[in-house]
Design a protein. Structure first.
Ligand SMILES: [Zn+2]
Length: 80
């Protein structure tokens, strides 16, 4: 399926996104999604990403651009 996804700050966000969960950077067991509203947080800048959006983005080749737009939405949501 998809490969790793990086945060817009450049830090690796997840090793791999699958339909069932995400694999953490640096290896480790699958972190299953428990809720559709789960977020993945960047360890570098603490920016958060909705996992369902990550899944969708991971299936495209436009990951970086899409994540930037997603991040803007997340910031708006946090402010609201
Ligand atoms: Zn980051």
């Amino acid at each position: 399926m998809a490969g790793g996804i990086s945060c817009i700050c450049g830090a690796p966000l997840v090793e791999e996104v699958t339909e069932r969960g995400v694999y953490p950077v640096g290896g480790g067991p699958l972190i299953p999604f428990s809720r559709p509203t789960d977020y993945v947080m960047c360890e570098s800048c603490l920016r958060t990403y909705n996992v369902r959006s990550l899944m969708a983005r991971a299936e495209t080749a436009e990951a970086i651009e899409s994540l930037e737009r997603l991040a803007e939405k997340v910031e708006e949501a946090e402010q609201g």
